[in-house]
Design a protein around this ligand. Structure first.
Ligand code: ATP
Length: 219
């Protein structure tokens, strides 16, 4: 078995990662200290095992040091999450991705070498806020603290104008990287192409610039 991924902590977050990786046909080792949780994943994960990952011998017995990708989705128990991350990095796991409960937890995780720190609730909250704040924003994806990708409904306001006419890049400093038109996706659209009412513009840029653009649509 090629156990590409290991997921530690089978709550809603860790559990959904296991399910989705399986949909993507990846091999996943699922680990939790709670037997009931492990039982739920016996038929879903490639292998599901009971184990306390704050115990170094458990990690070694499971061969976790040989994994390229380990996801630590331990919830409220911040101490266990930190200790598990530290041990995994010591064992030489290339990429350890960890769910953070709050900003302090995130800062500690970054200091001890976590490769990816995930803030699912915070990120989803931001995403929902952007969608709620503007009826034109269909989706929002944070790329960094300052940059995002947004999907914006063109609607009446932008229709029948080309990107050249709108001069969005010069005016707002944001770029249209693709246009969704029905089933089609026009990647790197030609600036002379005319926007249609039902087009969805996929835009990338600095958050402040994107917000200025979003606001201009509601005026
Ligand atoms: P969500 O369900 O939204 O993901 P959550 O992040 O609070 O919420 P929990 O429901 O707390 O997640 O799930 C975390 C899982 O991690 C639990 O199933 C728990 O048993 C498991 N866990 C906690 N400590 C350890 C540990 N030391 N070793 C292995 N698994 C652990």
């Amino acid at each position: 078995m090629n156990k590409d991924y290991a997921v530690i902590g089978l709550g809603r977050f860790g559990g959904s990662i296991v399910r989705e990786l399986r949909v993507l046909e990846m091999d996943v080792l699922a680990v939790d200290v709670d037997e009931n949780r492990v039982n739920e994943f016996i038929d879903i994960a490639t292998q599901a095992v009971i184990g306390d990952t704050t115990d170094e011998t458990v990690l070694k017995d499971l061969g976790l040091g040989n994994f390229d990708n380990v996801i630590v989705a331990i919830g409220d128990n911040i101490q266990s999450s930190i200790l598990t991350t530290l041990l995994l990095k010591d064992l030489g796991v290339k990429k350890v991705s960890v769910k953070a409960q709050n900003d302090y937890h995130a800062r500690v995780l970054e200091k001890i070498g976590a490769d990816v720190v995930i803030h699912p609730e915070r990120d989803m909250g931001r995403r929902v806020a952007h969608k709620l704040a503007s009826s034109s924003v269909l989706d929002y994806l944070e790329l960094s603290d300052e940059h995002s990708i947004v999907e914006i409904m063109a609607e009446e306001k932008l229709s029948d104008q080309s990107l050249l006419d709108l001069d969005i890049r010069a005016e707002y400093g944001v770029s249209v990287i693709a246009i969704k038109r029905g089933e089609d996706i026009i990647v790197s659209p030609d600036p002379t192409v005319n926007i249609q009412k039902e087009d969805i513009l996929i835009m990338i840029g600095n958050d402040d610039d994107l917000t200025r653009f979003e606001k201009s649509l509601t005026r």
